[in-house]
Design a protein around this ligand. Structure first.
Ligand code: GDP
Length: 526
């Protein structure tokens, strides 16, 4: 295909939305889809099951029943303002933070949606920490301005203090809730009115040199307008100045106000977002080389695997973030881990209300590849020069269960389900050395419940899980392994790559071990 790769890559904007459940992630996504013309009616995203981020347990189970839909929206591709936007969803529940962590490795920026009535909530803070660790830009949207919320100055001060990032005010609310008349837009030097006085042309009014608008308008007398003008003056003098470089390094977050539900301010937000957010850039490989997005050679990595998106088809999809080159249907690639050659024939992209075969994709795009079991999370694929991207972060599990199938006649489906869900990264699997008992490990309790539920519903395998509680998991070099090291205070197991590790009962047991075997190095994951 004859395309201008630089032009195509530069059009890409790939981001994740980070927020606390209920802040408005779904609603703002939907507003974006509406503006871009991808959907015509509100309710499309919700109706398609994208309630998963709410993640009350019952909700999740419900959604699991209609899988395929919930996941359609876990990656969304939208054309907006001559750009190609890719939105990657992150699970809202903290028990799935490992999944979130990996997903955030596949994006170039984050949109942080904050409920202006609540401010910075715990899950927002946690997700922000992951994002800031990566040094990617964060664009803040203070949502629900149509309701009476907290004082804007207080919200911004809290954001800076709790998250430890500087904020630059892009626009400032003129009133709030019922008294909201519009936004004082410092970035575009205009007012954006909520209810234009005469006709739609008055939606935006340019600011004059005095930071006021010319002409006769009723609102000019109002106290909310006067107050906003005063605040704006103060902000331009005393606030953090606009600095694109700092924004792109994730050191300064541009802050916008608006209401996702009414759509007010959303377009202004995304217009600025596509202007200021970075296009895909070079990504570092394990050996410290950089892979340029414009390179002719195709490369990418798998950050998520999801089985049974559509139970009727028993499919399994590997989500690939493209790092370089051009994807066209049928291209041949090498899977770095196994050196195996593969033809990428069955791929899919995720649109607002459909899935389609990918015709063309470049760096920054996320494509789904139907997988028969070749891939694992973190795998690199490439054609041309061999590359290997850095491994994706893995958390050290803290909670453990013994697992046995309830029905010995169904061993086969039990093993199959186990294998696939473990490859997905849904749970960690360990085996004891001699008896080969299964032990599963998780970061959050809900992971176990989802695992059990999915085994039953997707593989028809009922399991018995026996909690063995909190453990401290520590890996050791196989060369150091001595069966005598196993004691009543630890359990020696191997992971699925046959690497040995101890599950210590507690910190005390670990320390006791360290004292006894000072020469042995104990390693954890993240
Ligand atoms: P999510 O959990 O972050 O995806 O949140 P949702 O988008 O599902 O929104 C949670 C609730 O807040 C829903 O009832 C929305 O209708 C409501 N909501 C979202 N945005 C706004 C807004 O701008 N104003 C008001 N008043 N409600 C909103």
């Amino acid at each position: 295909m004859n395309i201008n790769i630089v032009e195509e890559v530069n059009k890409r904007r790939t981001f994740a939305i980070i927020s606390h459940p209920d802040a408005g992630k779904t609603t703002i996504t939907e507003a974006l889809l509406l503006f871009s013309g991808a959907i015509r009616e509100k309710g499309t995203v919700k109706a398609k099951g994208k309630k998963s981020n709410k993640f009350a347990k019952s909700d999740w189970m419900e959604i699991e029943k209609q899988r395929g839909i919930s996941v359609t929206s876990s990656v969304l591709q939208v054309h907006y303002d001559n750009h190609q936007i890719n939105i990657v969803d992150t699970p809202g529940h903290e028990d799935f933070s490992e999944d979130t962590y990996r997903t955030l490795m596949a994006v170039d920026a984050a949109v942080m949606v904050v409920d202006s009535g609540k401010g910075i909530e715990p899950q927002t803070k946690r997700l922000f920490e992951v994002v800031s660790h990566r040094g990617i830009p964060v664009f803040t949207f203070m949502n629900k301005l149509d309701r009476d919320g907290r004082e804007p100055l207080e919200l911004v001060a809290e954001l800076e203090e709790v998250l430890g990032i500087n904020a630059h005010i892009m626009n400032w609310p003129m009133g709030m809730g019922k008294s909201l008349i519009g936004l004082y837009d410092l970035y575009n030097q205009r007012l954006e009115l909520r209810n234009p006085q005469d006709d739609e042309d008055d939606l935006y009014l340019p600011l004059n040199d005095q930071g006021d608008v010319d002409g006769d308008y009723d609102f000019k007398e109002s106290s909310v307008y006067q107050q906003a003008m005063e605040d704006a003056m103060l902000l331009s003098e005393a606030g953090n100045p606009f600095d694109l470089e700092q924004i792109q390094q994730g050191k300064l977050t541009p802050v916008f106000f608006g209401s996702a539900l009414t759509g007010f301010g959303v377009q202004t937000f995304f217009d600025a977002y596509v202007d200021l957010a970075p296009h895909p850039s070079a990504i570092e490989t394990e050996d410290g080389q950089e892979v340029e997005p414009y390179s002719e050679d195709f490369s990418g990595f798998i950050f998520k695997i999801q089985a049974n998106m559509n139970p009727a088809h028993r499919d399994r999809i590997a989500f690939i973030r493209i790092v370089s080159g051009v994807f066209e249907p049928g291209i041949n690639v090498t899977l770095e881990r196994t050196n195996k050659k593969l033809r990428m024939a069955h791929t899919t992209q995720f649109l607002a209300d459909a899935r389609e075969e990918v015709q063309l994709a470049v760096a920054g795009d996320i494509i789904g590849l139907y997988d028969t079991g070749n891939f694992q999370i973190g795998d690199t694929i490439y054609n041309g020069k061999k590359v290997k991207f850095k491994p994706l972060p893995q958390f050290t599990p803290e909670l453990f269960m013994r697992v046995t199938p309830k029905n010995v006649m169904k061993q086969k489906s039990f093993h199959k389900g186990m294998e696939q869900l473990v490859q997905e990264g849904a749970i960690q699997l360990y085996k004891t050395y001699h008896t080969e008992e299964y032990i599963i490990g998780a970061v959050g309790q809900l992971q176990f419940e989802v695992f059990q539920h999915r085994l039953l519903h997707e593989y028809n395998a009922e399991i018995v899980m026996t909690p063995i509680g909190h453990k401290v998991a520590r890996w050791i070099d196989p060369a150091d392994l001595d069966p005598n090291m196993s004691s009543s205070r630890n359990l020696l197991v191997k992971d699925r790559f046959d690497q040995p590790l101890f599950l210590f009962d507690n910190q005390f047991a670990e320390n006791w071990f360290k004292d006894k075997y000072p020469e042995i190095e104990l390693k954890s994951l993240l």
